[in-house]
Every structure is written in C-alpha cells, then in structure tokens.
Design a protein around this ligand. Structure first.
Ligand SMILES: [Zn+2]
Length: 365
C-alpha cells in the first residue's frame, strides 16, 4: 500500500469532520442548507436588474459551485473570479457591466463546512459499501472535487472528494487496486496528480480537450511506478453518445477488466450533457445510463459489485436531475433495455491514438 503523506493528512482531517449525512437507499446528500442560505442571500442581494446570475438561486448549486459565469446586460458571458484564502472561498463579480471599477465589485465568501460535508458523505458511503451494508451507491454531494489539488482548491472544488475517497480506501481498507473513471466534461487534474505515481489507483478520464483546466493530453499516462495507470481520452467538442460509448467499450472496459479493480469509483459529472451550457458536448440520458452500466458490469465481474458514483460538475438542473436518475436506476438494477449505440462514431482516430499511447501497458483486441 502506498499513499502520499498529503493525502493521509487529508483523510485524517476528513475522518475527524465526518458529518451527519442523509442516508437513503445508498444515496448520500450533503446537508448544505445552513451555509448555502448565507451564500444565496448575499448573492441575491447583489443581483441588479441588469444582471442575470445563473445558478445562484438553483437549489443544487446554492454553494455557488454552479456560478462559473454570468451574463450582464450586454449579453456577453463572462467568467467569475474565484480565490481561496485558506479558510474560505471567494467569488468576485462586478455589479455593473464589465469592465467594472473596483468599487463596485462584490465578493461572496463561502466557508469550507459544506465541502467537509461532501467529503464526509463520500467516506460514509464507502464505509457502507465496504461493510457490505450497501452493494453500491451514489454520493449526491456538492461542491464537486476533481479539480482540487492536494494543496489547494481549484475550479469550484475545495476538497477532492473522489481522491480522498480513494486514499481512504487505500489507507483504511488496504485496497490495492481502485479504478476511478471520470466522465465529467473537464479533465480531473487533481485526481490525476494525486495518483500519477501510484499503480494502486487507475485514473481514466473522458473529457473535452483542449479545455479547462488544460491538462489531460493522451500522452499523460502516469509517472514512475504509476506509468500506465493514467488513461486520458481527450475528445473534441461536440461529441455525444456514439463516441463516448465506443470509448467505453473499446478502451475503458478492456483496461478495467485487465486491472481487475477491487472497487470502482465514478466521478459523475453531468456537464457532457447536450443541455449543459458550459460543456459543449451532446451526451444524452441514454448515454449516461450506458456508461454507468458499463462500469457497473465491470464492478460486478471483478469487484463484487462495489461501485460508488460521486457527483462532480453539471450546470443545467434538468440535465443533472434526469441523468442522475438514470444512473441511480442502473445502480439499483432498475434500468431498462438500453438502445443500441448510435452510429456512426467519429471517435476512431482519437481512440486509435489513445490505444497507441497505452499499448505498452495494456492489451487491446
Ligand atoms: Zn466539469
């Protein structure tokens, strides 16, 4: 077993702050109401009639993690500035159309409590699965985590929920092979970096590239003992179910079965959804269901069914709701027949390049 000192500190801290979480049929939600109400109040007071702030008032994004951009009166989308001062997360946005003088900039601060609840929810779910009380589950938590680096918050992510979860499984349950599949439209730089040298965690990501955060090239395959245990599948914008499912069936499943993980973690971002305003992809609910079924099948074949999904990004509430529902159906065994993968797929050249980058480490048919 290998685990970095930084991640051990993460796990210790997270264990100390494991909160009360809502538990229902293997589903975890972080209890975010108290912090988010403060945040929402401040944010709503700051909204002027001329500005449209997206995500501030939506229940799933009350922690402001969905507020990555705003549209002022001129209709041009602009990013929000975000900073982390070590104890609180600050979003700065102008109250007047940009460029705004500093005197009319508004800063919203969020405590780290909600982020602690999210980590605690994931670890509590993992405990339930490892104890055999649950076969699988979905941690419906916010803020997301996969951009958070071991030493700093990043990209709406304060603590890397999935990376901490994987380190926790290594440290507490002595698992030697954990598969993390990250289908969020953004590359999970934080998760990749946490385990780049660790063969005990295989990190696989499908993501738009080049795109935020800039990492995730197909030749990033891990370092030292971890070489071959990072698999990046970088897609151009605009791809959908056909391309994603070809990647799952011809690259991810073969690698996953060779690795034979003891538990499968899913970084389940729903921003590749066709309705998402940021992602620019075209995945549908049927696509997410098929991706989930693929990974659940892997877990059933080699990991005693142990499969835990954790919510990452996603900026359209209907897309998140409907997609999370079909993934829950798959986890509970209630999913119906899946439609055949749509054709044609334009992923072949990309997947050929991924296989070429990984052929030294894995076998492909
Ligand atoms: Zn994302």
């Amino acid at each position: 077993m290998r685990s970095t000192g930084r991640l051990r500190r993460y796990v210790r801290a997270a264990v100390l702050i494991v909160p009360a979480v809502a538990v229902a049929a293997g589903v975890m939600t972080s209890a975010a109401a108290s912090d988010s109400s403060v945040t929402s109040t401040v944010a709503q007071q700051a909204v002027t009639p001329a500005d449209q702030f997206l995500g501030v008032s939506c229940p799933a994004d009350r922690f402001c993690m969905g507020v990555g951009w705003y549209i002022p009166a001129d209709g041009v989308k602009r990013p929000l500035a975000e900073t982390w001062d070590g104890s609180a997360w600050h979003i700065t946005f102008p109250l007047a159309p940009s460029p705004a003088p500093a005197s009319v900039l508004q800063t919203v601060s969020c405590t780290s409590r909600t982020a602690c609840l999210a980590v605690g929810g994931v670890l509590t779910l993992l405990d339930g699965v490892m104890a055999g009380r649950l076969r699988n589950g979905f941690a419906l938590v916010r803020p997301p985590g996969h951009h958070a680096e071991p030493e700093r918050a990043m990209g709406f992510c304060l603590f890397n929920n999935v990376a901490i979860g994987a380190a926790y499984l290594r440290a507490r349950y002595h698992l030697e092979r954990i598969l993390v599949v990250d289908w969020d439209v953004h590359h999970g730089n934080g998760t990749q970096h946490a385990f780049a040298r660790d063969p005990g965690v295989l990190y696989v990501s499908t993501h738009r590239y080049p795109f935020y955060p800039g990492t995730g090239a197909l030749d990033e395959v891990g370092d030292a003992d971890g070489a071959g245990y990072t698999v990046n599948i970088p897609f151009p914008g605009g791809v959908g179910d056909a391309e994603y499912l070809e990647a799952f069936h011809t690259v991810i499943e073969p690698i996953a079965l060779q690795y034979a993980p003891q538990l499968v973690l899913i970084s389940a971002g729903f921003d590749p959804h066709r309705r998402d305003p940021l992602g620019g992809m075209r995945v549908t609910e049927a696509g997410f269901a098929a991706m989930a079924r693929s990974l659940i099948d892997v877990a059933e074949r080699v990991a005693a069914g142990r499969c835990v999904a954790v919510l990452e990004g996603g900026y359209d509430l209907n897309a998140i709701r409907n997609s999370a529902a079909v993934v829950l159906d798959e986890l509970s065994g209630a999913g119906g027949p899946l439609p055949p993968p749509p054709a044609p797929s334009c992923a072949r050249p990309i997947l050929d390049a991924v296989r070429a980058a990984q052929r030294h480490f894995w076998k492909f048919v």
